[in-house]
Ligand binder design. Structure first.
Ligand SMILES: O=C([O-])CC(=O)C(=O)O
Ligand SMILES: [Mg+2]
Length: 568
């Protein structure tokens, strides 16, 4: 493996010692500058004659490339164009992403990334990241040794079984770790060479994929049970041995595996589950903002969560702590949070098979106390009528399930309902913001998981903020890495949620926004990272110097710029 040594020169362009020449340099996505190579660099690195004459300034190169992308009218074509750019020139890719975050985030991330995952085998160009299949049992470490860089600090891994709200997408799920890591670089400045996307391609139960002649993944039914656990175990041990400083983010595992793996490895590996913990923190911050707007405290809230999966239960845990901190306890605490799965309100009637759901199951007498017959109707409509929630959260992936009737029933019990249909991508959202605003005559406070345009209602503009874990995971990751934390806990996500809430201005709140504008993502991430880093030290999860956290965070945040190249 070649060494690229960077020399920082404050006030001047950094210098990079580059061990490559000629074609190898042009073909290296991390170090290729394309037409931005200067005449001196072309001479020094054997590139003369390999590029057209004129050196582009970074500005001109960005402008030209931007136009080449936005010329494509189709979102998936833009995705393909950006992915190709990432594979050709990473500095330029990150410059464009940062300069046009509002425009390109919905391409490299939800919703378009969902489409790209679905079509993965049909649009496949070049592999990125690593795949591990059941055939690699016994030699996972050899696969990790093939990572393009030695110093992985951030690993996002999926087994593809619950990609966004789209379900089992087999090998196509790789788009998600790639997209999440691109955001780690944009938001937290984690250097691209320290990011490693991994797919545990353990097969798929998606018939369409199994029957698709173009399917590029491991064409078998999903590995399950002990064999699955053994493969994951080998994988985790190989990560610990090869990348001892890395943080691992579990992403888009289906609920049972999501909870099991998080619990099993939380004490052995610097790791967290983004869908359980990241989504919970971003939701808490949004609910806190909603309460500030309506001038209410936590203890005045009744929360209904539709979705008993990773996100729903994670949110319930984070909100329960929030209520507890505000003095809610005992039965009041149980009855302040209703979680509904596909069978309706979770009730401990001896038929609940998922262990993690039991935490939030009501006793039959609790249900009766609000007028729900445990043996009778306990679906969304019935529970909304009985509970009169002030906060309605959707993590079910079921489009349109928050109907007009349900929202009207909710509004009968609260003046300004807080409603977050956060399932992704766009087509899986539980309700469209424009409908929610209309049905509630402009009173609902709304945020969604995927991006939506602002809604005009009776001359007023309602901005729809995006309640997506992208506000959280980069800051938690950066903060933990900056202080070399050895563990991640739920408490750090509470800190992240509170720090995110601090970034919302009075002006945002006055406009009904539950989150700050996405364009400030880098500053928000820095703010969260500093708070998380300090919390790691306070909680005994890291041994670093508390007064140095801010400096460490700033040192870690890479900016996508070309250094000057010098030959070794
Ligand atoms: O990827 C996103 O946009 C948020 C997320 O984690 C999910 O929906 O699974
Ligand atoms: Mg996810």
């Amino acid at each position: 493996m070649q060494t690229f040594r960077l020399h920082r020169r404050p006030g001047k362009q950094d210098q990079l010692e580059v061990p490559l020449r000629g074609r190898a340099l042009l073909a290296h996505p991390m170090y290729n500058k394309g037409t931005a190579f200067t005449m001196e660099e072309r001479r020094a690195f054997g590139l003369e004659g390999m590029l057209p004459d004129r050196t582009s300034s970074s500005e001109v190169q960005k402008k030209r490339t931007y136009q080449a992308i936005v010329r494509k009218s189709d979102a998936i074509e833009r995705y393909i164009g950006l992915a190709a750019l990432q594979d050709r020139n990473e500095v330029l890719f990150y410059q464009l992403l940062e300069d046009h975050l509002d425009e390109f985030l919905p391409i490299v991330y939800t919703p378009t990334v969902g489409q790209a995952c679905k079509k993965y085998s049909h649009i496949f160009r070049r592999g990125r990241g690593l795949w591990i299949t059941p055939r690699d049992r016994g030699r996972v470490d050899e696969i990790l040794a093939n990572a393009p860089y030695e110093d992985a600090r951030l690993i996002v891994v999926t087994d593809n079984e619950r990609i966004l709200g789209l379900g089992d997408l087999g090998a196509g799920g790789m788009g998600i770790p790639i997209g999440k890591l691109a955001l780690y670089t944009v938001a937290a400045g984690i250097h691209p060479s320290q990011c490693l996307p991994i797919s545990l391609d353990v097969g798929t139960d998606n018939e369409e994929l199994l029957n698709d002649e173009f399917y590029v993944g491991f064409r078998e039914r999903r590995l399950r049970g002990e064999a699955y656990d053994e493969l994951v175990e080998e994988f985790v041990e190989a990560v610990r041995a090869r990348f001892p400083k890395a943080l691992l983010q579990w992403e888009d595992f289906k609920k049972a595996n999501a909870f099991r793996l998080l619990d099993r490895y939380a004490d052995r590996l610097l790791s967290f589950n983004d869908d359980i913990q990241g989504t919970a923190a971003v939701t808490l911050a949004g609910v806190m903002a909603g309460c500030r707007i309506v001038g209410q405290s936590a203890r005045e809230q009744r929360v209904l969560i539709l979705g008993g999966g990773a996100a729903g239960i994670g949110i319930a845990r984070q909100l329960r702590e929030w209520l507890r901190r505000d003095g809610v306890e005992g039965e009041d605490l149980t009855r302040a949070i209703a979680v509904l799965d596909s069978r309706g309100l979770l009730i401990d009637d001896g038929k609940l098979s998922d262990e993690y759901k039991k935490e939030f199951a009501w006793r039959p007498e609790d249900a009766r106390a609000i007028g729900i017959d445990p043996e009778g109707e306990r679906d969304l409509a019935a529970v909304v009528r009985a509970l009169k929630p002030t906060v309605l959260l959707g993590t079910s992936g079921q489009p349109g399930i928050f109907t007009e009737d349900i929202i009207r029933d909710m509004q009968a019990g609260t003046k300004r309902p807080i409603i977050l249909p956060i399932s992704n991508p766009t087509a899986n959202t539980e309700a469209r913001p424009e409908d929610l605003i209309q049905w509630t005559k402009g009173r609902a406070l709304v945020a969604t998981g995927s991006p939506f345009d602002a809604v005009e209602y009776e001359g007023k503009t309602h901005e729809i903020a995006q309640g997506n874990n992208v506000y959280i995971f980069p800051g938690v990751g950066l903060g933990a890495l900056a202080v070399e934390a050895h563990r991640i806990t739920d408490r750090l996500f509470t800190v992240a949620a509170e720090s995110l809430a601090e970034c919302i201005s009075e002006d945002d709140l006055a406009r009904g926004r539950l989150y700050p504008p996405m364009s400030g993502l880098r500053d928000i991430t820095r703010h969260i990272a500093i708070a998380v880093g300090r919390a790691c030290i306070d909680e005994g999860l890291a041994d670093s110097d508390r007064s140095a956290v801010e400096k460490r965070v700033d040192e870690m945040m890479w900016q996508a710029e070309y250094p000057e190249y010098v030959p070794i």
